[in-house]
Each structure stands twice: as structure tokens, then as C-alpha cells.
Design a protein around this ligand. Structure first.
Ligand SMILES: [Zn+2]
Length: 374
């Protein structure tokens, strides 16, 4: 399932918004209309508070985007390809297909975001000073002050030394520099990240008990998100380290069960799917690979037609999404596996099927190698 949608392309970088962001925007607007602005500017019409909140949330959105773009531009300057940016809570994620090549690159990349946030804070501070000297006050001043505070907050929050926050990346780059071991550095930095996430959630619970409902929910929400992120990013680093340099060829299953193109669905279900308990099978005619038939496709056809329909009528024809070359790197193969949603890819050599690779194969190999390296 896609959890984000594309918004725009800036500097050749596609910018996506994760759906979770809408919950956050909703919470921000709610907090601003119900608490923050009625406090700074009492006695205004509700519609004014809503307007102030929507404008402020949009500017916050732009500030976060600038923060992420700062990371991405530094990454690009250091030859790190960036596939896109996804905006989450308090920042986002710049998608890199590779980890930074050296501690120095990681350090520069990580610090660029908070530096941008502090720069923006400075701009809003300057604007506030100008407005004050012109004698302007009221809603505009309150919004500018809010944006000053929130950018300082975003900068500081991201500097907390828990991986994968920027501060955690900075910490990792320093540990990496000293230990010369990116896995060890990531383990320590994400340990900090998880501890911090736990503290946030505990603090959030305390807030709930003291009837600070809104800040309680906020803290638990952020803590939960951070905990998840620390976990997955650590697993990814370990996975990458273990799988990198391994060729697909080394661990494909070579005994592939194929289905002839003229097989009926009835036979496919009874003799193949029930028998071998796989969800998909390569379809073959005269030794040539034609495509892939999945259980999902079978279910789309009504049962009374299973006897008259053959697999080549419903199969997915050969496509780049489920075919790989045997010389591919294992990490790239895993990426493809996850992206195509089938959990399997077919390995070919000169148009001929030579094996199959499943997520299970890679995970088993991963487990064995972690056991050995312990
Ligand atoms: Zn950042």
C-alpha cells in the first residue's frame, strides 16, 4: 500500500507527503485555534483564529520542506543520490539509496537541516523586530512569533541525539569516525533514539494523568513515531551491511515449479497452489518464460470458469518488476521484492528462467549470517 502521495518536484527531487502528515496538520491547526492564538490575541472571531492557524500551518509546512531540501542539497553535492523527500512529523525523510560514504559526509548532511531551521528562525525573528519597530501588532505579529518559536523548536528537536533524528545522525557520524564501524555506531545511536522515545511516551502519559490531554497525545504520538523509526533504520543498516556485496546467484532456489501456459485454472489450483502452497508460479511455454500467475489473479475469475480458462489468459506478462539478473546485488533484489508486493522475483539468464528468489530466502540467509557474526 502506498502511504504517501506526490506533491511536487523541487530541484529535481520529488516531494511526497505521508498520510500521517494530515493527522499532524489537523492536530497543529486544532492546537492553534483552540489554545495558542486565543491566548496571544484574545477576543477575536473564531474565523480569524482559523485563518491564522491555516496560514501558520502552511508556513510551517514550507519551513519543514526547506529543512529537508537543505539535507538533500548537501547530499546531492556529495554524490549521494536522493530519490525523493517524504514529509512526516517535524521534518521528513530524504530517501537515499545508499548510506553516506563517510562520517564527514553524514555529519555535513545531518547538520544542514537544523542549520536551515535556525536560519529561518532568525528570519522570522528579524521580521518580528521590523514589525515591532513599525508599531505593528496583533494577528500578524503573533503568527510571525509563532513561526520563530516553531522553527527554533524544530531545529532543537531534530538535534536530540537519537538516531534517526539529525542529532542522532550527527552522533552516529562522530562514533563512526572513532570506532570505524558503522554498525556499532548505528547500534549506539539508535539505542539513544529508543531511550529518548520511551521517555517522551512516559512524559506524555504523565501529562495525560494531569489532564493535559493535548500535550499528552502529542508526546505519545511523537515518541511512538520515533521508536518505530529508530528500530527500522537500525535494521536497515544491519541488513544492508550483511547483504551488500552478495550476488543473487549465491542463494536462489533452483528447483522452480513452473506451470505450462495451457494449464487450466482448475488444475493450477488443485495441482499447484494446494500442492506446493506458493502464491505465484512462473508460466512457461517451450522453455521460454512468459509471465507470472498469482493466486490473486485466479480469485478474480469466477469459479465456474476455472475449467475453461487457462493460465496464459490471466497471467501477468513478463515485466521488469518481477525479473532480475543473477548478477544483481542482494540488497537491490530485496528492494525489488518488497516493491513489487509479490514477495518473489524470477531470476533469468538470457531469457531463460534459472531460479526464483523469495523474501524467505533472503531473510533466512540474513538470520544465518547474523548468527555467525555474533
Ligand atoms: Zn532533518
Amino acid at each position: 500500500m502506498k502511504r504517501a502521495f506526490k506533491l511536487a518536484t523541487i530541484f529535481n527531487i520529488p516531494v511526497e507527503i505521508n498520510y500521517s502528515w494530515f493527522i499532524v496538520v489537523g492536530l497543529i491547526i486544532f492546537t492553534l485555534t483552540q489554545g495558542y492564538f486565543p491566548n496571544t490575541d484574545p477576543g477575536l472571531e473564531p474565523i480569524i483564529y482559523w485563518l491564522m492557524a491555516i496560514i501558520s500551518a502552511s508556513c510551517l509546512f514550507a519551513s519543514l520542506l526547506a529543512h529537508e531540501l537543505a539535507h538533500s542539497i548537501v547530499a546531492k553535492r556529495n554524490q549521494l543520490p536522493i530519490h525523493g523527500i517524504t514529509l512526516f512529523i517535524f521534518g521528513g525523510v530524504a530517501h537515499m539509496s545508499q548510506e553516506p560514504s563517510s562520517p564527514a559526509v553524514e555529519f555535513k548532511m545531518a547538520i544542514a537541516g537544523p542549520a536551515m531551521s535556525f536560519f529561518l528562525a532568525l528570519l522570522f525573528f528579524g521580521l518580528d523586530t521590523i514589525l515591532a519597530s513599525l508599531g505593528v501588532s496583533g494577528p500578524i505579529t503573533s503568527m510571525v512569533q509563532y513561526l520563530f518559536i516553531i522553527n527554533v523548536f524544530v531545529g532543537l528537536f531534530n538535534l536530540i541525539p537519537g538516531f534517526p533524528l539529525d542529532g542522532g545522525r550527527i552522533l552516529r557520524s562522530i562514533l563512526w569516525h572513532f570506532y570505524r564501524d558503522v554498525r556499532k555506531a548505528t547500534a549506539i545511536a539508535s539505542g539513544f533514539g529508543k531511550t529518548f522515545a520511551l521517555l517522551l511516551m512516559l512524559f506524555g502519559l504523565l501529562n495525560l494523568f494531569h489532564n493535559n490531554l493535548l500535550s499528552g497525545i502529542w508526546l505519545i504520538f511523537i515518541g511512538f513515531f520515533l521508536q518505530e523509526a529508530a528500530d527500522t533504520s537500525y535494521r536497515q543498516v544491519v541488513l544492508k551491511k550483511i547483504l551488500s556485496g552478495l550476488r543473487v546467484e549465491q542463494f536462489i532456489s533452483k528447483n522452480v515449479i513452473t506451470v505450462p501456459a495451457n494449464t487450466t485454472l482448475e488444475t493450477l489450483v488443485n495441482d499447484y497452489i494446494f500442492n506446493y502452497r506458493h502464491h505465484s508460479f512462473p508460466v512457461i511455454k517451450d522453455d521460454q518464460l512468459l509471465g507470472l500467475v498469482t493466486f490473486h489473479d485466479v480469485k478474480e475469475v469466477s469459479r465456474d470458469k476455472w475449467n475453461t480458462t487457462t493460465v496464459n489468459e490471466i497471467m501477468v506478462p513478463i515485466s521488469d518488476s518481477f525479473i532480475i539478473n543473477k548478477n544483481l546485488d542482494a540488497m537491490d533484489a530485496l528492494t525489488k521484492l518488497v516493491q513489487n508486493g509479490l514477495g518473489r522475483v524470477l531470476v533469468i539468464e538470457q531469457g531463460k528462467l534459472i531460479g526464483i528468489l523469495s523474501q524467505k530466502d533472503i531473510m533466512q540467509l540474513f538470520q544465518l549470517r547474523t548468527e555467525i557474526e555474533k
